[in-house]
Design a protein around this ligand. Structure first.
Ligand code: SPV
Ligand code: MG
Length: 435
């Protein structure tokens, strides 16, 4: 029977119910019948709350709280749709609106309620040590190798396109981890990180020719892992000889890296964006397949992914060659295909994706739109792309800014002129939180 009591709505995006949630429900029931929304997986990710429990489990968890009339799934972080559906008299929420994303959500709630005279109830956020400990544990758990490693595979099922940004240090890792945009319509952030050989080498002042050895590259991974939780895709260059690659796979897997991408080149590797301007040799199909198979055979978990990167378009070997390689590498065990191009237009990439998808709707496709950078993630998705890697933008942003600061100091014999373009002293000394 339909109750004529007012409806009080709240949305939970959590894997664990703690005192804070129970307090909120206790408060909510004073106003009427309580309906709780469980935020769906893909929106939890946008909100930097990667779910450790499935939606079904989270629904069951919320249902186990007494005094809740109904549990529904909220499909968007923003409240427009759910409010249209339920028209609650009240939305109840903790008063923890400090972050930008939370401010945008509050604004959205007030806007949708205002349309029909609903009311927002804000209750003091429960900040007791027990709640804080649970919050911290949830976050920290995501950094553990076992959980981090499988997150890329999980993301491939959860989000339309895995947006991946280049990182080359702890600091850039923090940018990937924490950068959020929040406006009237959405909240969003990167889902994964790419450890580029170009940027890792450049950061060390070395050319991108597989000169920076694995021990050094693993240290970069470690620096990043220490301060982040998001999954890592590692640029493995050519992977080296198969006899060495198997050890790399084991090490990466043990560290909690989610995927390695290896390119089908042999001999002295140069950066792909040189194309045919420098001498580069493509490996033959059979030999590269043996390397992929050896890697797959070496890994211990099912989570880790070996993604094969095809250089046929870069080396002007044609579409047929690229496709032939893609199917051969997949059949050798590759968990995904990366197709690369250095053309300004995305045409050849899209043609490849369409032709590959005609015969294979499953194997993930990865692209790196550095040259063909006008195409959007949505357009790439329409052609079957699953992972988009922004492979070098953070380092390219930093270098001119640093050079500019150095030149200004040299020119003016003091630092005053550049100061207003810099992070303030107050901000730099408080940028990194202590544990
Ligand atoms: C990298 O980022 O190191 C890559 C992508 O391998 S590219 O530079 O485009 O070859
Ligand atoms: Mg590289």
């Amino acid at each position: 029977m339909k109750s004529d009591k007012p409806i009080v709505y709240t949305c939970f995006c959590t894997d664990v119910i703690h005192d804070g949630h129970l307090n909120l429900i206790n408060e909510a029931k004073k106003y009427g019948d309580v309906i709780v929304g469980v935020l769906c997986d893909s929106e939890m990710v946008k909100y930097n709350k990667f779910p450790l429990k499935s939606t079904k489990e989270r629904v069951e968890l919320v249902k186990s709280i007494p005094d809740i009339k109904e549990v529904v799934i909220q499909n968007k972080v923003m409240y427009d749709d759910i409010v249209k559906e339920l028209r609650p008299d009240y939305i109840i929420h903790g008063d923890n609106w400090a972050e930008d994303s939370m401010k945008a959500i509050r604004k959205n709630i007030l806007k949708v309620l205002d349309e029909y005279g609903g009311e927002l109830i804000e209750v003091p956020y429960t900040f007791n040590p027990k709640v804080q400990k649970i919050d911290r544990q949830m976050r920290e758990q995501l950094a553990m190798p076992e959980l981090r490693r499988k997150r890329l595979r999980q993301l491939l099922d959860m989000v339309p396109v895995v947006k991946t940004i280049e990182v080359h240090s702890g600091l850039t890792g923090l940018i990937a981890e924490k950068t959020v945009i929040a406006d009237d319509e959405h909240v969003d952030q990167f889902e994964a990180m790419w450890i580029s050989s170009l940027c890792d080498s450049t950061e060390k002042g070395k050319p991108d020719i597989e000169l920076v050895d694995m021990t050094s590259r693993f240290r970069t991974i470690n620096d990043i892992m220490e301060v982040t939780t998001k999954p890592i895709i590692f640029d493995g260059d050519t992977g080296g000889i198969a006899e060495h690659f198997v050890y790399t796979v084991r090490s990466l897997e043990r560290m909690g890296v989610s995927a390695v991408i290896i390119e089908d080149k042999i001999g002295l590797k140069k950066n792909s964006l040189f194309g045919t301007e420098v001498e580069q040799t493509q490996d033959d199909i059979e030999h590269f397949c043996e390397k992929i198979a050896a890697g797959k055979n070496a890994q211990l978990s099912d989570d880790f992914m070996i993604i094969a990167r095809i250089e046929s378009l870069i080396l002007e070997q044609g579409m047929e060659d690229a496709l032939k390689r893609a199917f051969a590498f997949r059949d050798a065990g590759a968990d995904g295909i990366m197709i690369h191009s250095r053309r300004k237009e995305p045409d050849e990439i899209l043609e490849f994706c369409d032709k590959f998808r005609e015969k294979d709707s499953e194997t993930p496709i990865v692209v790196v739109p550095s040259s063909f950078n006008t195409i959007t993630e949505d357009e790439l998705k329409e052609h079957g792309v699953n992972i988009v890697i922004y492979a070098n933008q953070l380092l390219r942003a930093a270098f001119p800014a640093m050079q500019n600061a150095a030149k200004s100091i040299l020119k003016h014999h003091r630092a005053h002129e550049i100061d207003e373009e810099l992070l303030s002293i107050k901000d730099i000394i408080t940028l990194i939180d202590e544990l």
